[in-house]
Design a binder for this molecule. Structure first.
Ligand SMILES: NC(=O)c1ccc[n+]([C@@H]2O[C@H](COP(=O)([O-])OP(=O)(O)OC[C@H]3O[C@@H](n4cnc5c(N)ncnc54)[C@H](O)[C@@H]3O)[C@@H](O)[C@H]2O)c1
Length: 290
């Protein structure tokens, strides 16, 4: 299998037009790539198109890009609910955090793309090797873990699964640099590096609130006053309660269920009441729906 080096990649397809897919698509189009953004939900595609346009208009308003550049960036982006349009040099999967769904998507994509297309997953917590083990060609699957908000945060964890080919890791590493990001290569382990280190930040904060020691706003206020950019509750609202709870559950489970990392009942209650954070208009805080 001939792997395209990072400097030869021209087209990128993103699957999933939610918080992450939308931001990653913007990053790719801004960096000059022909970009297809696919989602099964047409409303999410519309919402994504609206938020990318609005974000670029803000940049134009600040004089960071010209109006002509905005038009060129948008002309490189195609939004589609049709999976047969998901053909590209690299496909970056950013759909819901569910192993079966991701495996099923990659198996469909394998039938639509040539063998050299690289498959990257933006999963936060599912081991890349576990997804790869259920694909016919695990050597072309790699983790490409962006951070939220993708257009702003520079870090990308490039995750090497047990069977990921070295050439695939190198190609995605180089692609991340072309996207203006700062890649690091990580071995495959539950939550990789950032999400493993960050787990207690959320879980201890949730325990403090659940036991009545402080409110979410107070915890955020003190953590931000010590220098953290975002307190844990504001951050959970940004990430999405569904995504954050699922990541906690998966990391805990894959690490052998240590009690200190057990998912929070409080977070589960908030999630079950439909409060997903910013994306639904309410989480630990209330937002304007956009
Ligand atoms: N939210 C974060 O802060 C964050 C950060 C890094 C990585 N991630 C990871 O990125 C992925 C996406 O997270 P998100 O926060 O963008 O989720 P999200 O809920 O905002 O969006 C998920 C999108 O996937 C779509 N989708 C679901 N199944 C699909 C399918 N089979 N084909 C195409 N589209 C499908 C949904 O319609 C939705 O638009 C997850 O794996 C998550 O763990 C999230």
């Amino acid at each position: 299998m001939a792997i395209l080096p990072g400097n030869m990649i021209e087209s990128i397809c993103i699957c999933g037009a939610g918080t992450m897919g939308s931001g990653i698509a913007q990053v790719c189009a801004v960096a000059g790539f022909n970009t297809v953004l696919f989602d099964v939900n047409a409303a999410m595609l519309q919402r994504s198109e609206h938020s990318i346009r609005a974000g670029l208009d803000v940049l134009a308003g600040k004089g960071k890009v010209t109006v002509d550049e905005v038009a060129r960036i948008l002309s490189r982006l195609r939004f589609t609910p049709d999976i047969t349009e998901c053909r590209a040099d690299v496909v970056i999967e950013a759909i819901i955090e569910n192993e079966d769904e991701k495996v099923s998507l990659f198996n469909t994509l394998a039938g639509l793309n040539p063998p050299e297309t690289i498959f990257a997953t933006n999963t936060s917590s599912i081991p890349v090797s576990a997804i790869g083990a259920r694909l016919s060609n695990p050597s072309r699957l790699v983790g490409m873990h962006f951070f939220n908000p993708a257009p702003i945060l520079r870090l990308v964890e490039v995750v090497k699964g047990t069977d990921t080919a070295e050439a695939v890791v190198n190609s995605i590493y180089d692609l991340a640099i072309r996207l203006g990001k700062t890649p690091v290569i990580c071995n495959d382990s539950p939550g990789f590096i950032v999400n493993r280190v960050a787990r207690p930040y959320y879980l201890e904060a949730l325990k403090i609130v659940a036991s009545g020691i402080a409110t979410p706003a107070l915890v955020d206020q003190v953590m931000e006053a010590t220098g953290f950019k975002m307190g844990p509750f504001r951050l959970m609202d940004l990430i999405g309660m569904d995504v954050n709870y699922q990541v906690s559950t998966l990391v805990w489970d894959k690490l052998g269920r240590p009690p200190r990392l057990a998912p929070s009942d409080l977070q589960k209650q908030v999630l079950e009441s439909g409060k997903l954070g910013r994306k639904s208009g309410e989480g630990f805080y209330i937002y304007n729906k956009s």
